[in-house]
Design a protein around this ligand. Structure first.
Ligand SMILES: [Zn+2]
Length: 62
């Protein structure tokens, strides 16, 4: 017997982001068409550490 949830619960691959500063991963709140296709714009800040430079790797000085 299959759970009835299997009828409406599906899995999709969507666009997600990872903050290069804190490592937080999240899915942007945009339309599903954008999540599955091309995102129009990238998030301005990381929702976790609020850094505006989340997409830049931290510079390491030697
Ligand atoms: Zn972050």
């Amino acid at each position: 017997m299959k759970d009835t949830k299997d009828k409406y619960r599906i899995k999709k691959e969507v666009n997600a982001f990872r903050c290069l500063r804190c490592g937080h991963e999240w899915i942007p709140r945009v339309e599903l068409s954008q999540l599955e296709g091309e995102l129009k714009e990238k998030p301005r800040i990381c929702p976790n550490c609020k850094s505006a430079y989340w997409d830049l790797e931290p510079k390491t000085k030697k």
